[in-house]
Design a protein around this ligand. Sequence first.
Ligand SMILES: C[S@@+](CC[C@H](N)C(=O)[O-])C[C@H]1O[C@@H](n2cnc3c(N)ncnc32)[C@H](O)[C@@H]1O
Ligand code: SF4
Length: 400
Amino acid sequence: MNTPLLTTPPLSLYIHIPWCVEKCPYCDFNSHALKSQVPEEDYVKALIADLDADIAHFDLSLRPLHSIFIGGGTPSLFSAKAIESLLKQVLSRFKQNFSPKNNIEITLEANPGTVEADKFIGFAKAGVTRLSIGVQSFESEKLLKLGRIHNVSQAKFAAQLAHESGVKSFNLDLMHGLPNQTLDNALDDLKTAIDLKPDHLSWYQLTIEPNTAFHSKPPKLPQDEVLWDIQDQGFKLLKDAGYQQYEISAFRLVKDNSADDKQCQHNLNYWRFGDYLGIGCGAHGKITDSKKGIIQRTVKIKHPKGYLDSNRTPLDHLNTVTNDELPFEYMMNQLRLFSSFTLAEYQQRTGLVASTVLPTLLQAQNKKLIACTDNHAIEGQWQVTPLGHRYLNDLLELFL
Ligand SMILES: C[S@@+](CC[C@H](N)C(=O)[O-])C[C@H]1O[C@@H](n2cnc3c(N)ncnc32)[C@H](O)[C@@H]1O
Ligand code: SF4
């Protein structure tokens, strides 16, 4: 690897909570239906041991933490007390001055079926600054089909509680392209979401993943033309309502005269090929060592039983990303964004020289999938075109 180019990027922390009340038929995340009480005390202990091992292994205590994301699974199954204990211990590991004023973004994912009035307030007091609420749809029939444990009023109530909880911002997760969904159904879902005034919306097209109940017994999904219409008109609706798309599925509310950046800072760090520690069952991490000139990936033990076994180390495997893999890995993340990037950034994040991607970028430019703002490709800003975002997979394949 060409070490002098590689720089140390911001460091985020992902914490995985692997339990849900029930398993949704479309979901391939590492999540398990709870059979008894959630073992929160033991799990927090295991998470901290996992974090300590990573910090020691990668010598990280002096690197500042950029953001934390507690995802799942259903982290809102945990009590506010457990989240407070977890965050206190996590933050104490980093030699950074954390205070309410200079607080970093700390997101927690919540399922509307697992929140009561006080819970969000408790999470906010524990240090959570951002809630991400998994709503999926505001139509009863769709929620049933998706195996969701909540109804429409619980979803709306969760958004209201988020407003009142004291967190800085909140996101709603919605999906489209749902079984038997019409264009009007999808737009109605978006309109209801917009009326709840979330700071951020994640709007995902439903995909049928292997090893899910929907894969074994596929539901009837909308035709391709309907899917295109949903996307086109959905994007327009969101834009007119003040939601700016900054990534394939992510929209932030842009308020007049507000300096607040409602983008998800944690996800932005992934997409810009930043670093992250991943702790918890099956969590993935990526760590750059600019001195050694290497980028390493970690994966933790996947199953809660093995992960909670104190006789085992949480690390399942560790590997170094090869120079052959890096161009695609970088582009797979960066090209999801609507903002531009430079080849200097590419070099700093991968340690590779610009010529490792320049011919492919020029090829993509010829196909009008990407554009450069400058005649000088090395110094210019590269940005995916609307055509490139529409055919993102074709664009990415060029880098394989
Ligand atoms: C890890 S889930 C966590 C959210 C939380 N567990 C919940 O479901 O309420 C994050 C989001 O990914 C989206 N998602 C999960 N499976 C999906 C699929 N097969 N296709 C599209 N989006 C999916 C859903 O919108 C979900 O809210
Ligand atoms: S609640 Fe969320 S993480 Fe759990 S199974 Fe459903 S979609 Fe997956």
